[in-house]
Design a protein around this ligand. Structure first.
Ligand code: ADP
Ligand code: MG
Length: 257
């Protein structure tokens, strides 16, 4: 094979590629939960991941910030291959903000403390600076007046907005949202989606696993449809919702829309 052919087959990643997954595989015992996943996320891009339950969406998110190991393939974040352990791993996790379905706030710490903790421990900020930043972020997500309360005193929607502020406080390069509104009462879903829409508008790179099709249509640059451990289809929201190419996606959409 000539050198030129090799270069063509392995183009260097574009400068604005923030996350690149190449041929990623993951098994849970016999179950091949991520199958040859290739996915590139550009800086500033909002990628919505949609698909049936059990398809591997959460595992994909967890693999990106190393809450799960992978069996083969590579995950590169901002030009750096994912480190396996130690201080490098802690730094990488801080670069990848994650918001889960369950809010996962520290129950015995105030809202303010929840949002300052990581800044002080991981980002090594002074307490005063961390608190100023926390208050500004709590204001941005609309819960500034709740700063001195404990998580249990807040509604689900408020807790999830605090969880978003906490992740943002680490100044992440990318935010991963894994079904962030699935555990919320219906009347609280929009206040969380609105914060996410604003974040997308402000240029944050985001991967959002969601069943909120309105959000996917209005905020996504790209829809990734995942089923049975594979990326079945990857396209614009307009095309995905009007004219999906795979039978699997057509079937899925016919059940939820
Ligand atoms: P999704 O988020 O799309 O619903 P998941 O990534 O959570 O899918 O799960 C994909 C598959 O992997 C499911 O069949 C699930 O039961 C299985 N799975 C997820 N986590 C584990 C685990 N820690 N051990 C064993 N199986 C798991
Ligand atoms: Mg999931």
């Amino acid at each position: 094979m000539s050198g030129v052919a090799v270069i063509k087959e392995n183009p260097s990643p574009a400068a604005d590629d923030l996350v690149v997954l190449s041929n990623v595989n993951k098994h849970f015992g016999e179950l091949h939960v991520l199958q040859n996943i290739d996915l590139t996320i550009a800086r500033g891009e909002v990628v919505v991941v949609i698909g049936p339950s059990g398809g591997g969406k959460s595992t994909l998110c967890r693999a990106i910030n190393r809450l799960e190991t992978i069996d083969s393939g590579e995950i590169v974040i901002d030009g750096k291959p994912l480190p396996a352990e130690g201080r490098e791993l802690a730094a990488l996790r801080a670069d990848v903000g994650m918001v889960f379905q369950s809010f996962n706030l520290f129950a015995h710490k105030s809202v303010l403390h929840n949002v300052t903790l990581g800044q002080v421990r991981v980002r090594k900020k002074e307490k005063k600076e961390a608190e100023e930043r926390a208050r500004s972020l709590l204001d941005r997500v609309g819960v500034a007046s709740q700063a001195e309360k404990y998580p249990a005193q807040l509604s689900g929607g408020q807790q999830q907005r605090v969880a978003i502020a906490r992740a943002l406080a680490m100044d992440p390069k990318i935010m991963l949202f894994d079904e962030p509104t699935s555990a919320l009462d219906p009347e609280m879903i929009n206040e969380v989606l609105e914060v996410m829409r604003q974040l997308a508008h402000d240029g944050m790179t985001m991967v959002v696993v969601t069943h909120e099709m309105g959000f996917a249509r209005s905020a996504a640059n790209r829809v990734v449809f995942m089923a049975d451990g594979r990326i079945v289809e990857e396209t614009t929201p307009a095309r995905f919702f009007s004219n999906p190419s795979s039978e699997r996606a057509k079937d899925f959409l016919s059940k939820i829309l």
